[in-house]
Design a binder for this molecule. Structure first.
Ligand SMILES: [Zn+2]
Length: 141
């Protein structure tokens, strides 16, 4: 049985709205230094089908590295997504959606970079820096 859901989200001020259709929504948390600096804690995103994402409103883009960009609302500053430039994938900020889409946490990236003062509870996959980089490194190079 598939569990397709239509999620509706918005930034803090409401200028940007995001709709996404997704199957069995799942959360991922990233502890890298850039995500923590931007979001003050881990960046929680919802895995989604990039073809099923609809965005309305003005969006500002900050290119944070050669391969990635971070989108935010130019009015209120809410984080909208982390995007990868080579494939146009947008990892939507879970906080835009009611109850984070009701999705369970499935994966932590850069788990070894999580600050000593807190930890994410529960049973889920934890990838350290080496595992995370191996997962995203371009294949065959
Ligand atoms: Zn806004």
């Amino acid at each position: 049985m598939t569990d397709v859901q239509q999620l509706q989200g918005q930034c803090l001020c409401g200028a940007v709205t995001i709709q996404s259709r997704m199957e069995s929504p799942a959360l991922r948390a990233c502890h890298c230094a850039m995500c923590r600096r931007q979001n003050s804690g881990p960046f929680f995103s919802i895995a989604n089908d990039p073809l099923a994402v609809e965005v309305t409103g003005e969006v500002a883009i900050y290119q944070s590295s050669d391969w990635a960009e971070r989108a935010f609302c130019p009015t209120c500053g809410s984080t909208l997504w982390y995007g990868t430039r080579h494939d146009g994938a947008r990892h939507l900020s879970a906080g835009l959606f009611e109850d984070a889409g009701g999705a369970p946490l499935k994966l932590e990236f850069f788990s070894d970079l999580c600050p000593r003062g807190y930890a994410l509870a529960g049973e889920h996959k934890r990838l350290n820096t080496e595992d995370t980089i191996a997962l995203f490194a371009p294949k065959g190079e």
